[in-house]
Design a protein around this ligand. Sequence first.
Ligand SMILES: Nc1ncnc2c1ncn2[C@@H]1O[C@H](COP(=O)(O)OP(=O)(O)OP(=O)(O)O)[C@@H](O)[C@H]1O
Ligand SMILES: [Mg+2]
Length: 312
Amino acid sequence: MIELNNITKYYGNFPAVTDISFKIDKGEIVGLLGPNGAGKSTTMKMITGYMPPTSGELSIDNYDIVQQSIEARKKIGYLPETVPLYTDMTVYSYIEFMGKLRGINSKTIKNKVNNVVEICKLGDYRNSLISKLSKGYRQRVGIAQAIIHEPEVLILDEPTIGIDPNQVVETRQLIKNLSGEHTLVLSSHILPEVSTICERVLIINEGEIAASDTIENLSSLVSGTSKIEIDIIGSPQSVQTEIEKIDGVKAIDLWVKKSTNEFTTFSIESDISKDIRSEISKTIINNGWELLRLEAMGMSLEDIFLKITTTE
Ligand SMILES: Nc1ncnc2c1ncn2[C@@H]1O[C@H](COP(=O)(O)OP(=O)(O)OP(=O)(O)O)[C@@H](O)[C@H]1O
Ligand SMILES: [Mg+2]
């Protein structure tokens, strides 16, 4: 549904996003995670056609965002980082106005506005001026304008930022409910938020994709398994066979992470109750291989995030 190929964005001489590529399938719920200044908003602005990439290709449902911009943008609902609200309009009239801009005809607009007012739980405020709404409710109005035209793709840039904990829970629930019908991308630097809503995480750091994995895979690192990485000079095949024999190695999770001419990096997952590091080093020495690195990678999601997004 969303496809980015070698997308780069320069602001003047500054590369905010460098050569990123990823695909998001129809119906997927993906979290774009990264520290401040990582390039999350920039990426979203390009996906939504708000701003063209400097180079690379980007398509929404196979419509090129630059060449077939109108078709592509029809499929998108966008909640920008700063919601462009007209504060002297009422909630109802603003959503209606945005719906008309999206080309909804006057026969159906009433029903549609009522519907999103319901979905976003804005009923009590439908005739309130936006200027009188709290931050959390403004954010809901922002979400309402993003979904009024029933887009297939929903891009939400930090949807819960600045909202108090009570409203955050409700807003997250609202987003979760929306996710059933949409391909959803949301950005955040709050890990629990991403893990409660999203199925997959793209970690972006300094304008590059640092990791892309399911929450499940990331979580399995903290629950019941610990991970060890080794860099080894030796035949990858025999290393694999020998290490699999060690008690505690979850054989299935032993995999080659990287292989170069110089060495092979293995990622070994093992039972968390067993420390298998000494067994591993014994096996290596007994077989006459060279060990360049042995590192325990037992990490929480926060650790993973920090590790990926900070340079040593
Ligand atoms: N219009 C602009 N002109 C120049 N530089 C910009 C512009 N917009 C963003 N940048 C820079 O590009 C980089 C990426 O910014 P971006 O807003 O995409 O980050 P982000 O991941 O959304 O961060 P945050 O979590 O703070 O929202 C930052 O270094 C930022 O200073
Ligand atoms: Mg941002």
